[in-house]
Design a protein. Structure first.
Length: 414
């Protein structure tokens, strides 16, 4: 009978990988807590309408990538991202009544049906932050700082921040009109997705990854419109103030007028943080401001800004974090004595194992050398004299000590 294998686009996170995942999660908790953010955990599935209204029904996520199913005549969707779910929780649980800013962070699995590739799966994990209630660019600056400092705490220092302002709905309409007028002559040459975007959401034309479309958008007359300062005076003031904060805080950034992000809810500030260690797929963080989303999903008018990061992509950059071996392996032909010492070690917070099958002494030592840092040997002589022989399995050095001293010595060496 054929074995049932893991589904395409998903993977098992195995025990040797877990220290790295714990490191990413623990670092998120530490850094985001310093900034005053509280953890929130939302359901893995939500009403499909939440993502259609929140993410946008013209996006690839909603049109092509969502895992949607019907249950009891209701349409439900595995979350493709978590901002919409956090906003829903913010509204439903009356968090608008809390003193602003309300800072929330999350971690967990997301689901998108797309072609699996390096650092990107159909079930993937994100860590992110959402900040509600502050319209000033101070919130934008703090969110960017939070993201940068989290990445630095992970050991990623070769970072670059890209910024753009999408403006407000009023000034964005003027830009959309100009953009459509210069692109119209090339409309038959665009990919089917861009032809649909041209009518429904022309701003997302700039997010296309098809090479032929990118070549068209690189034409001088189109670039002239793209590179123009289309945003209104109020939006420009917001953007300039943000840049001055980042300058003062020594955050290196560049302006990228092609940066629009792939989701409909963004306005004004959008940003990406890139690592120069990932080749072409080098974005490790994306975010921005979404001042209308809370109201669009039925809440009160509440400004908001946030970001998300793919944890698989972060893991590919960080690599292994620590020795995953057990601290001690008790070697003895007396199973009762072995389990007693093992439990005494565990009670002191020291990771320890012993041979459950009571194999021969040599076989136990062989196993210890594969899974532990130290072998704690309880032979006949040790048991008679209430001693333990500690063997360092990296250096092969060993010495015999009183059993009562073993906890202090192993604890110091942890």
């Amino acid at each position: 009978m054929a074995i049932i294998k893991v589904q395409k686009g998903t993977k098992d996170i195995l025990p040797p990988e877990m220290p790295l995942w714990h490191f990413m999660e623990d670092t998120a908790r530490k850094i985001f807590t310093i900034y005053g953010a509280k953890e929130i955990r939302t359901p893995i599935f939500e009403a499909t309408e939440l993502f259609a209204r929140g993410v946008g029904d013209t996006t690839d996520i909603v049109n092509k990538e969502m895992y949607t199913f019907e249950k009891s005549e209701r349409s439900l969707t595995l979350r493709p991202e978590n901002t919409a779910g956090v906003v829903r929780a913010f509204i439903e649980n009356g968090m608008h009544r809390l003193s602003a800013p309300v800072k929330l962070w999350y971690k967990g699995p997301m689901f998108r049906y797309e072609r699996p590739q390096a650092g990107r799966q159909r079930q993937f994990h994100q860590v992110g932050v959402e900040v509600f209630g502050i319209k000033q660019p101070t919130a934008d600056a703090e969110v960017i700082l939070m993201a940068v400092n989290y990445l630095k705490a992970l050991g990623l220092n070769d970072l670059s921040v890209e910024l753009n302002s999408l403006g407000c709905p009023k000034c964005r309409e003027e830009f959309k009109t100009k953009l459509k007028s210069v692109i119209k002559p090339y409309l038959p040459e665009l990919c089917p997705d861009c032809q649909a975007r041209y009518e429904k959401n022309p701003l997302r034309l700039l997010d296309c990854k098809v090479e032929e479309c990118k070549e068209i958008y690189a034409k001088p007359e189109i670039q002239q419109v793209i590179q123009s300062d289309f945003i209104c005076e109020e939006c420009a003031e917001h953007f300039n103030e943000l840049k001055s904060y980042l300058d003062t805080l020594n955050i290196n950034y560049s302006i990228n007028k092609l940066l629009v992000r792939g989701l409909d809810y963004y306005n004004r500030t959008v940003f990406e943080i890139k690592s120069n260690n990932l080749g072409s797929q080098n974005a490790v963080c994306g975010g921005g401001r979404y001042d209308s989303l809370v109201k669009n999903l039925g809440g009160e008018d509440t400004p908001a800004v946030g970001f998300a990061m793919g944890m698989e992509r972060l893991a590919s950059l960080i690599g292994e974090k620590e020795d995953t071996r057990t601290t001690a392996f008790v070697v003895s032909n007396e199973p009762l004595e072995a389990i007693k010492l093992t439990e005494e070690l565990r009670a002191k917070g020291i990771s320890a194992e012993f041979d459950l099958t009571n194999k021969k002494f040599v076989k136990q030592l062989e196993k210890a050398s594969k899974v532990a840092k130290y072998a704690l040997i309880l032979g006949e002589d040790e048991l008679k004299l209430n001693q333990v022989t500690i063997k360092d399995l990296d250096t092969a050095e060993q010495k015999t000590i009183s059993r009562r001293d073993v906890f202090d010595i192993i604890g110091v060496r942890l």
